[in-house]
Design a protein around this ligand. Structure first.
Ligand code: BG6
Ligand code: MG
Length: 210
């Protein structure tokens, strides 16, 4: 039995309430393209890369685009998303985020970020939580999107830990699959209905506090 001495955190929807801004920006793009995009469609976008998200969105709207159009649409969505990010402050931290990161630090666990987002550095800086992380692996440093385990394997390696020594906190199905494929303990922020296959379910990091 390996002791868990490392924590790998997804960002959007686990540490910070940005999942709603991703949704608003994608919905705005869908409306501009002339179709609706529901919250349940949006579940499929959680945890996956920006371009893969756009592919899924186009599938939902039954649209096609060439690569140049796709790049322009993804850039537009990101501009809207980044506009929302500039309004972020501490209030966007999800319940228990700071207290649990502080607790893990006291307990001497190693901490890494494992996010698909290319905006992760901006978000960490805006919320002033960069200092908690021994390593940051994000959309700028991975080539294979979740459910591929690359992001978490790189996180464990950056902490010099074996996957079995790490627990992963995730709010997306792709992320839970990535954690399990990587051989880590998967803790889902959400329900077994939305996120089957995790080792444990919590509502927020507040549930992890002693
Ligand atoms: C993940 C989100 O954290 O990051 C996805 O759950 C998002 O919804 C992905 O598509 C990529 O984010 P960004 O900020 O690089 O567009
Ligand atoms: Mg997430």
């Amino acid at each position: 039995m390996h002791e868990i001495i490392g924590a790998l955190f997804d960002l959007d929807g686990v540490l910070v309430d940005t999942a709603k801004y991703h949704y608003l920006a994608w919905k705005r793009l869908a409306h501009e393209l002339g179709f609706d995009f529901s919250e349940s469609d949006n579940e499929r976008l959680k945890g996956v890369s920006r371009m893969r998200s756009l592919e899924i969105l186009l599938e939902v709207g039954n649209r096609t685009m060439n690569l140049v159009e796709m790049e322009a649409a993804a850039a537009k969505k990101n501009e809207w998303y980044v506009e929302y990010l500039h309004t972020l402050d501490d209030a966007a931290l999800l319940p228990g985020t700071k207290a649990y990161l502080e607790y893990l630090r006291e307990q001497k666990l190693s901490i890494a970020l494992g996010s698909a987002s290319k905006n992760a550095p901006l978000i960490l800086e805006k919320l002033n939580i960069s200092g908690f992380f021994d390593a940051v692996i994000d959309g700028n440093s991975v080539s294979k999107a979740k459910p591929d385990p690359e992001v978490f394997l790189k996180g464990a390696a950056a902490l010099s830990l074996a996957p079995k020594q790490c627990m992963v906190f995730e709010d997306s199905l792709a992320g839970i699959e990535a954690a399990k494929a990587g051989g880590m303990t998967a803790i889902a922020v959400g329900t077994p209905e939305l996120l089957p296959g995790a080792d444990r379910y919590i509502r927020s990091l507040e549930d992890m506090l002693p």
